[in-house]
Design a protein around this ligand. Structure first.
Ligand code: F6R
Length: 238
């Protein structure tokens, strides 16, 4: 992986946004893989400032909670609409979230995989990483070849995401997430991490053994990965 250590999350967002803007300049209907959570926010902000035309860009979110209505403000459909689609001018119909096709949850993973394939695959996948080492919601123990499916959220992830809800009890217990195998099919991975709470997960992902216990370590199997981290997140890198 190419590892870029930057002074601030804003700087990281500028670099990631430049990569996205360059992609879209060469391919106006590029397919973006979208992460939610706090990490990509500086990327979206920097992209909004650059102002490229993203109206033809297609998007596939990494994951979605199971059991939250789509209209719930913390569903990833709602988050993507609020934080990505509206401020950046994407076309809502071109942006997908796992399980959003109106069909039953059973088979939703396979249908999402089919839809990503039909779109020609993801050109650039934005990734954050959880303190458990997850990418997407692939918690430790996820198969390295896994595809989109329903998963249980780790208790630590529910606790970490409780900040978006009234209490941890309101955080869903399950999700539907792209698998590690799905993520590896994207043509370019851009992994972002900020703050000391992510340092151990970043070092394990980039420099530890490739293992299902460290889901983020699958990025070591990918030929084109850009890792952009701030100094606190980089402290455990060799
Ligand atoms: C979000 C996702 C997760 C987050 C990770 C980090 O779609 O798939 O892997 O990227 O939990 O979350 P933040 O960025 O909130 O620290």
């Amino acid at each position: 992986a190419e590892v870029v250590i930057v002074p601030s999350a804003d700087e990281a967002g500028s670099i990631a946004a430049a990569a996205i803007a360059a992609l879209v300049a060469s391919r106006p209907d590029a397919v973006l893989g979208l992460a939610t959570g706090s990490t990509p926010l500086t990327t979206w902000a920097a992209l909004a400032t650059r102002g490229p035309d993203l109206s033809r860009v297609r998007g596939f979110a990494l994951d979605e909670y199971v059991g939250l209505p789509a209209a719930h403000p913390e569903s990833y459909r709602a988050v993507i609409t609020r934080e990505v689609v509206e401020p950046l001018g994407l076309t809502p119909e071109l942006v997908r979230v796992p399980g959003d096709d109106g069909g039953p949850l059973a088979g939703a993973g396979e249908r999402y995989e089919r839809d990503i394939r039909a779109a020609g695959g993801v050109d650039l996948q934005v990734l954050g990483i959880g303190r458990t080492g997850h990418i997407g919601f692939n918690e430790p123990g996820s198969s390295l070849a896994s595809l989109t499916r329903v998963k249980t959220l780790a208790e630590q992830t529910r606790a970490d995401n409780a900040r978006f809800f009234a209490s941890v009890d309101d955080v869903p217990t399950h999700c539907i997430t792209q698998g590690l195998g799905t993520i590896l099919r994207a043509r370019h991975l851009v992994l972002l991490a900020f703050g000391s709470a992510k340092a151990a997960a970043v070092a394990a992902a980039l420099e530890g053994p490739v293992s299902a216990s460290t889901p983020g370590s699958v990025v070591q199997l990918h030929p084109k990965v850009t890792v952009i981290v701030d100094e606190p997140a980089a402290v455990h890198l060799a």
